[in-house]
Design a protein around this ligand. Structure first.
Ligand SMILES: NC(=O)c1ccc[n+]([C@@H]2O[C@H](COP(=O)([O-])OP(=O)(O)OC[C@H]3O[C@@H](n4cnc5c(N)ncnc54)[C@H](OP(=O)(O)O)[C@@H]3O)[C@@H](O)[C@H]2O)c1
Length: 257
């Protein structure tokens, strides 16, 4: 059966676990020919993700990348260029999903300069320089989807730097949409609400907290990665061609009342 993304080549950062894994799998299910994805250090999780992507019919290309490092975006694309040239005969890319991000820890009172720099590095600097490096590889008509957070517009006091960093991702999305528009490349941000991943496994053991989240969510449940992946696939699809510069919350309407 023909998929909406038949033959496309995608790169998903942080595709070995969590939301990124759900996105990598969904892009493969929609017909992508090749789904490259990065992982940080858990090679077993990357292998599992690669198996799922291959089972869905795409070539999987796991690449190790430590995106908290300033020089990593360039190094990642050098590796990707080599692998894509060997596998596809060129370096062209159709879809970039900037998914890696981390809330870190620390309130306004307790955040150190080092913690501040690390959160900004992963959530804001990495997508900026990945987008910069991807620019010459993205084919006309391509898609960029930045994974932001509902905290970007409704900031959490417990995560001030993360909230600021994701607001910057929304701003980057607006700027890049204008920059890439002439080439028919759309750039959008998808902002998940609470989504069940390893990143919040500990918080999800707090029954009171979770009961509050569920109560505050119009859909009455916490999301699974596949819920967010479906919205990403919508932006990546041909139907998404006239949607750009948008910041869409994919949260089942968190804090709806
Ligand atoms: N989960 C939520 O409730 C939620 C809500 C709003 C927004 N978001 C956003 O959604 C995105 C995905 O979140 P998630 O919960 O799926 O995260 P996660 O479960 O922690 O995702 C982990 C993935 O990111 C990789 N990774 C982590 N740190 C990295 C780094 N410094 N450099 C490169 N790769 C790194 C991991 O590689 P390894 O497996 O090798 O460690 C893995 O592939 C993030 O941008 C997050 O801010 C999540």
């Amino acid at each position: 059966m023909a998929g909406k993304l038949d033959g496309k080549i995608a790169l998903v950062t942080g595709g070995s676990r969590g939301i990124g894994r759900g996105i990598a799998l969904r892009l493969a299910q929609e017909g992508c020919a090749l789904v490259a994805f990065t992982f940080h250090s858990d090679s077993a999780a990357a292998e599992e993700s690669a198996k799922d992507v291959e089972a869905a019919g795409a070539t999987a290309l796991p690449i190790r990348a430590q995106l908290e490092r300033a020089e990593e975006a360039g190094a990642l694309f050098e590796k990707l260029d080599r692998e894509l040239t060997a596998k596809t005969g060129g370096t062209g890319l159709d879809i970039l999903v900037n998914n890696v991000g981390s809330a870190g820890s620390g309130t306004l009172a307790t955040t150190s300069p080092e913690m501040f720099d690390e959160i900004i590095a992963v959530n804001t600097r990495a997508p900026f320089f990945l987008l910069q490096a991807a620019s010459s590889r993205l084919r006309d008509g391509g898609r960029v989807i930045n994974i932001s957070s509902a905290f970007a517009v409704r900031p959490a006091p417990g995560a001030p730097v993360y909230s600021m960093a994701k607001a910057a991702v929304n701003t980057l999305t607006t700027i890049a949409a204008a920059e890439f528009g002439e080439r028919g490349i759309t750039v959008n941000a998808v902002s998940p609400g609470w989504t069940a991943t390893d990143a919040n496994a500990e918080a999800r053991r707090n029954e009171k907290l979770i009961a509050g989240v569920v109560r505050d969510t119009a859909d009455g449940r916490i999301a699974e990665p596949a819920d967010v992946a479906g919205v990403v696939a919508m932006f990546a699809s041909p139907e998404g061609a006239w949607l750009t510069g948008q910041h869409v919350e994919a949260s089942g309407r968190f804090r709806w009342h």
